[in-house]
Structures are given as structure tokens and as C-alpha cells.
Design a protein around this ligand. Structure first.
Ligand code: SF4
Length: 267
């Protein structure tokens, strides 16, 4: 992928949407970790509603590490997959207390050691709470990267490395946010608004659509020209018989209209 394309897309998105911040409300890196775990298969809006109360009851890793599983499950029930999410939060909180003295590790390697923490979650926490470069690849980033032509990969880790290879680390977190907001507003999966999209001039999807439309149009006009030529050819071919028929019918008409007496005079 050309780095120029990624930079142009970044600049355009920044001018359209303005600087974006993390959509998940949090006061500490640990709270963002919990919110990100809860956000799997759930909207940010719902997660923010749940975490407002959740973080009042259990503000940090120590509090979560000693809370009751059932209580936690009940508190996060509306986020979906509450059993698995509660399990991940409890295990991560215990690991942070026991192995990292209550503080989140601030490297990708360290975060990936925590139970239930994958690359996407680690990138969110690194980029939005720990001041480190992080490029989370969620469903919007993945889809837009393919449509625009930023990456041909389907594996989030490869998409991350394709984009991070051509963009400065200080733009990574912001670029991810911008792609997410564009995916939510202009380019949702089921109805991308290509005619109104500010990326239309840069997006590979629109360019290939235009090329396909152009080819279809050219094929259609070639077909019409062929039909017209065929019509013309069949028209000139049928001219002679028409003339013959015309002569024939003219003769019969004249025979019918010949006065009987005049006719008999020739006999
Ligand atoms: S041009 Fe269309 S496909 Fe490309 S980003 Fe915009 S809305 Fe999505």
C-alpha cells in the first residue's frame, strides 16, 4: 500500500470529522481495560451506561479482584456475554494485583499476558490511556481498510501492521478512531453512502464501481450499435421483395380497374 494514500485518507478524515477521542468513558487505564472487555458485541453507549455505576462500586483492580462473581455478572448483564466478560474482568484484575502491583503493564507484550486481553483491547488501552502508539482494528477499521484499499488482508493483525508500517506512530490511535467514526456515519456495512462520501476520490471501492459502470455502459452501447447495424442490413435486404410485391399488386390493381369493355376490345 502507498503511504501517500493512507496519509491522504487520514488528512481527509481529520478535516471532515475533527479530532476524535476514545468513545468509552474512563478515568484510569484499568477502567478503560474493563470498558473495552465489556464492549465486545455491545455498543459503546450501553457500556458507558453500565460503567458509570460499575466504577462507582469498584473503581480499581483491587476492588474488582475481591468482588463477588454473581454481583459482577448482575451489574454487567445488559452488555451481553456477561458470564465470559465477568470471568475475563475478574481474572485480569487478579493478575494485575498479583503480578503487576495493581498497575497495568504499559507494553503490548505485558498487556497480552493478562487473561482475556487480546490485541485489539491492548491497542485501545495503549493508544487511549497509556500514551503509547496503538492501532485497534475493530469491525469498522477492518471493513474500511479493505474498501478504501489500505490493506487487502482480512486478519486484523496484518491490517494493523500494513497501516502502522506507513503511518507515524503518533497518528495510529487517532487514525483508528477516524476510521471507526467514518464507518459508523458514512460507510455502514449495509448502506455505504458513496455518492456523498468525502473519501470517494480516494476510495478503491468507488473507483472500481465507476470502472465497472463504465465497462457496462460501453458494452451496452456496443450492443445497441450492433442491433442497429443488423436492423439496417435486414432493411436493405428486404427492399427488393417489397418492390416486386409492389409491382405485382400494382398490376393486379390496374387489372381490376380496367373497364370491361376496354378489356374486351383487345380480344
Ligand atoms: S466511498 Fe463508499 S465505500 Fe468508500 S469509504 Fe466512502 S462510503 Fe465507504
Amino acid at each position: 500500500m502507498e503511504s501517500a494514500l493512507a496519509q491522504q485518507v487520514y488528512d481527509k478524515l481529520l478535516s471532515v470529522h475533527g479530532p476524535q477521542k476514545c468513545f468509552l468513558e474512563h478515568m484510569t487505564p484499568f477502567q478503560l481495560l474493563v470498558a473495552t472487555i465489556l464492549s465486545a458485541q455491545c455498543t459503546d453507549k450501553r457500556v458507558n451506561m453500565v460503567t458509570r455505576d460499575l466504577f462507582k462500586r469498584w473503581p480499581d483492580a483491587e476492588a474488582f479482584a475481591s468482588c463477588g462473581r454473581e454481583e459482577l455478572e448482575q451489574a454487567i448483564f445488559t452488555c451481553g456475554f456477561y458470564r465470559a466478560k465477568a470471568d475475563h474482568i475478574l481474572k485480569a484484575a487478579k493478575a494485575i494485583v498479583e503480578q503487576f502491583h495493581g498497575e497495568l503493564p504499559n507494553t503490548m507484550e505485558g498487556l497480552l499476558k493478562l487473561p482475556g486481553v487480546g490485541r485489539k483491547t491492548a491497542n485501545v488501552v495503549l493508544g487511549d490511556a497509556l500514551g503509547q502508539p496503538g492501532f485497534p482494528v475493530d469491525t469498522h477499521v477492518r471493513r474500511l481498510a479493505g474498501l478504501i484499499g489500505l490493506s487487502d488482508a482480512s486478519d486484523p493483525e496484518v491490517i494493523e501492521s500494513d497501516i502502522c508500517a506507513v503511518m507515524p506512530p503518533e497518528t495510529w490511535a487517532q487514525f483508528s478512531h477516524l476510521l471507526i467514526v467514518h464507518g459508523r456515519t458514512r460507510c455502514p456495512a449495509n448502506r455505504p453512502d458513496c455518492p456523498g462520501c468525502e473519501l470517494a476520490m480516494l476510495c478503491r471501492h468507488t473507483k472500481s464501481e465507476k470502472t465497472a459502470k463504465g465497462a457496462k455502459k460501453a458494452a451496452k452501447s456496443a450492443k445497441s450499435a450492433k442491433k442497429a447495424a443488423a436492423r439496417k442490413a435486414s432493411g436493405s435486404a428486404s427492399k427488393t421483395p417489397v418492390k416486386k410485391n409492389a409491382k405485382k399488386s400494382a398490376a393486379s390493381v390496374s387489372a381490376r380497374h380496367t373497364h370491361p369493355r376496354k378489356a374486351s376490345s383487345h380480344v
